[in-house]
Design a protein around this ligand. Structure first.
Ligand code: C5P
Length: 260
């Protein structure tokens, strides 16, 4: 990390307002137990342990008292000198949740890391790499990992071929230049504010196509830098992801803390 005097005043926005429908637990994803504790608690501990933020603003599902109580209890757990922990009601989309939290950051916040609570096992080193790039002058930085599978483009099959298979390959993408993108994604606050401001004019289908914050920054023409992410920083989305995350937590190798 850069010297503390040159480090920007940094907040983390932790987005935890998703419904978690694909996980199938009938409760918000952030509340689903992982190793006996809610996913949100793991994510919070990771953010706080990284030491990158003076404020952590958590976007929670509106009206979820259970997660609010969890946050209150966690606040008591925090040692003196820990980050300011605040909450906002999340919105209908992830971008809405980010926008609400962005509007609730402390005055004077210079940099912000936006992190999915669903990436409950992100190692501290990833937070540090993103924060370091911001301190070094990047306006936008994302953690990425290589794409391991061969990637192809397909289209729906028509005519007689549709009896064989529903899709047909139209081409193969070179994976050399492809990366899977993770969070935390880091931005200078004015950059992220401008990016989300521009998105307020989007129509429904454009809004639905926004899957991360860096996309919006790219539309502004601001360079987005990429640093190394970590494979254990998976986004818990499906029941299989939850099984993998449980294995990472409880495995004999203590995999949570292994880089790669
Ligand atoms: O739905 P998806 O897995 O892409 O969500 C990524 C992250 O964004 C999750 O941590 C989820 O809680 C959060 N989210 C949110 N508000 C929404 C939708 C998703 O905070 N409306």
């Amino acid at each position: 990390m850069n010297d503390a005097r040159t480090r920007p005043i940094t907040a983390v926005i932790l987005v935890a307002a998703g419904s978690g429908q694909r996980l199938g637990y009938g409760m918000p994803k952030a509340a689903v137990p992982l190793g006996g504790e809610p996913i949100l608690l793991h994510a919070l501990r990771g953010v706080v342990a990284s030491g990158v933020a003076s404020q952590v603003c958590v976007a929670l599902p509106a009206g979820d008292d259970g997660l609010r109580k969890l946050l209150d209890d966690f606040r008591l757990e925090l040692a003196d000198g820990g980050p300011l922990l605040t909450t906002v009601d999340g919105g209908a989309t992830r971008a809405d949740s980010v926008r609400s939290a962005l509007a609730a950051l402390e005055d004077g916040t210079e940099a912000v890391l936006v992190h999915d609570a669903a990436r409950a096992l992100t190692p501290e080193s990833v937070f540090h790499r993103v924060a370091h790039a911001l301190a070094a002058g990047a306006a936008a930085v994302i953690p990425v990992i290589p794409v391991v599978d061969t990637v192809k483009m397909v289209t729906a099959t028509e005519g007689g071929d549709s009896n064989i298979a529903p899709e047909i390959v139209t081409g193969t993408v070179s994976r050399q230049e492809l990366r899977s993108v993770q969070t935390p994604q880091g931005f200078s606050v004015p950059t992220l504010q401008a990016a989300h401001q521009a998105a307020t004019d989007f129509d429904e289908s454009e809004a639905a196509a926004i899957t991360d914050d860096a996309m919006l920054v790219e539309l502004l023409g601001v360079p987005v830098h990429a640093v190394r992410g970590a494979s254990q920083s998976l986004k818990i989305t499906t029941p299989l992801d939850l099984i993998i995350a449980e294995g990472l937590l409880e495995g004999p190798l203590g995999m949570r803390w292994v880089e790669g």
